[in-house]
Design a protein around this ligand. Structure first.
Ligand code: GAL
Length: 524
């Protein structure tokens, strides 16, 4: 090679490196600015993870009660949600923490079996209705809007005894429960989420058998459980639309979980695999409800049908809705709820021989070793993935109105949780870029979680709270963590205005701890 050519090559390399470096800087650069006026800030919990009072005052057994009480309960620290954060008794402490944080709304879920011990409306437990009335009224009293999730994975056990989400009968039973919830609380509750993360309920609960009700049968039963939950969502939305919207004037949406799936290489096969991963994870549930044509994503139908045929099935393992149901489900939304925590690197591999949801996708995932970790093996800190994901959703579902219904970070529960503070700062900053720079239609953000709680099969080994709870103290005292102070500042400033630098106790690149920790109980 001539020295001129060599020089040219070197130049090109340098330019490429500068370009790549520029990209990285742009991704990680901090943006000063504020969220649109009226942007909503919230924090979330779920009934089984916080309430306790598992068999008190007429509450029926649910599938998590059954699972954790089994001889081999499948929980990492052998713990249960029998008492959890004891929010059944201590809900006023939660309200105080929310107030202190300055949120506009509180997202919590109803325990179906606290209201309907058998799951069905022929036996209403008035104590359950009273409990949620007290919570809702206490929130409103403090100017915090309630946002209710109807189903956050705690199916009444008597419904599991007839097959749970594998039984289509549960679609109507869920509709009746939704109806009762609207009629009991809808005069004051204006924001409803039918299902939280139906993928996790379907795949982990009815596929891998890691979560309640621990049914195994991935590649078959998870698809059926999902199918019935999608139908049940549509049923609940249509009941609200027909019978409550005019008088109650609220909104009904659904919440999906999704990681950002970044192609591991620029190889077209990996780029396609990453797109396919998003369709299998998010499109599985969002396409039937939010896309113009409804039904499952075409790529998912194609991949599962083709593998099913090779396995000797005479029809696809992915159930079919049929045109009547496609039309019934399509468009049943007032907003798109997104739970987002992390990102993955995706590459194409040929799916293994065993029948499973994973093998149906012909792909695998890994993470970049440079991504900071958390207490949860699956949760790596990748703020820029958040911006990419909400942009993808914006494009895919035609500028849909989106609210982030969960985002958060796990550690081991320390009060000086600077990693969580950094996580919130950087993720919320990326969300602001998606709104202010990219034009995404996002109207609110929710931190997971206001308090430490029972983290499903990880028990109490991973903590997500803005407030810590001493789980060995029967009084379950709540203490404010550093991250709560940081989040509170972001809310008070509606983002990160340049002028706020002085009055914020933290800042993105230099985090200082407040000199005095304080305990919420000091304020009660
Ligand atoms: C979500 C779930 C929450 C919470 C969180 C942290 O998937 O909806 O209940 O556990 O993850 O893992």
């Amino acid at each position: 090679m001539s020295s001129a050519e060599n020089k040219k090559r070197c130049m090109a390399m340098v330019l490429l490196m500068v370009g790549l470096f520029g990209l990285v800087i742009a991704q990680d650069q901090f943006l000063y600015g504020t969220f649109p006026k009226g942007f909503l800030w919230g924090a979330a919990t779920a009934s089984y993870q916080i309430e306790g009072g598992w068999n008190e005052n007429g509450k029926g057994e649910n599938i998590w009660d059954r699972m954790v009480h089994a001889y081999d309960g499948g929980i990492k620290d052998n713990s249960t949600g029998d008492v959890a954060a004891d929010s059944y008794h201590k809900y006023m402490d939660d309200v105080a923490a929310l107030k202190e944080t300055g949120v506009n709304f509180y997202r919590f879920s109803l325990s179906w079996s606290r209201i309907l011990p058998t799951g069905r409306i022929d036996q209403i437990n008035q104590d359950g209705i009273d409990y949620y009335n007290k919570l809702i009224n206490a929130l409103l009293d403090k100017n915090i809007s309630p946002m209710i999730t109807l189903y956050h994975w705690d199916l009444p056990q008597p419904l599991e005894d007839i097959g749970g989400w594998l039984n289509e009968e549960v679609v109507d039973i869920f509709g009746a429960y939704a109806n009762l919830s609207y009629s009991s609380f809808g005069d004051r509750v204006k924001s409803w989420i039918t299902f939280n993360e139906p993928l996790v309920q379907s795949h982990l609960g009815y596929g891998l058998g890691i979560f309640a009700p621990r049914v195994k049968g991935s590649g078959k039963t998870d698809y059926i459980a999902a199918h019935n939950q999608i139908k049940a969502h549509a049923r609940a939305w249509r009941i609200y639309d027909a019978d409550y919207r005019a008088t109650q004037n609220g909104e009904v949406g659904i919440t999906f979980n999704c990681a950002w799936d970044e192609p591991k290489t620029q190889n077209p096969e990996d780029i396609e695999a990453a797109e396919r991963a998003l369709q299998f994870e998010l499109g599985w549930f969002a396409h039937p409800i939010f896309s113009a044509n409804g039904d499952y994503p075409p790529i998912m139908k194609e991949y599962i049908a083709s593998r099913s045929a090779k396995e000797g099935y005479n029809m696809s393992r992915l159930p079919e809705f049929g045109q009547t149901w496609v039309n019934y489900i399509k468009g049943t939304h007032d907003f798109f709820g997104l739970n987002h925590y992390t990102s993955r690197l995706i590459y194409r591999v040929k799916g293994g021989n065993e029948t499973s949801y994973e093998n149906d996708q012909d792909l695998a995932s890994s993470s970049d070793p440079s991504w900071p970790s958390s207490a949860s093996s699956w949760l790596k800190v990748v703020p820029w993935g958040f911006r990419k994901l909400v942009n993808w959703i914006h494009k895919e579902y035609n500028g849909v109105r989106l609210i982030v219904t969960e985002n958060g970070f796990s550690d081991h529960g320390q009060i000086k949780d600077d990693d969580r503070a950094k996580y919130y700062t950087s993720y919320i900053n990326e969300l602001m870029k998606a709104i202010n720079l990219d034009g995404c239609n996002i109207f609110g953000y929710t931190a997971w979680s206001i308090i430490d709680n029972f983290e499903w099969s990880s028990g109490y080994t991973e903590k997500f709270g803005l407030y810590s709870i001493n789980f060995t103290d029967p009084r379950r005292p709540r203490s404010r963590k550093f991250s709560a102070e940081v989040y509170s500042n972001i809310i008070a400033n509606n983002g990160f205005p340049a002028s706020s630098t002085n009055n914020m106790t933290m800042y993105p690149f230099k985090i200082q701890f407040p000199s005095k920790q304080h305990n919420l109980h000091d304020h009660l």
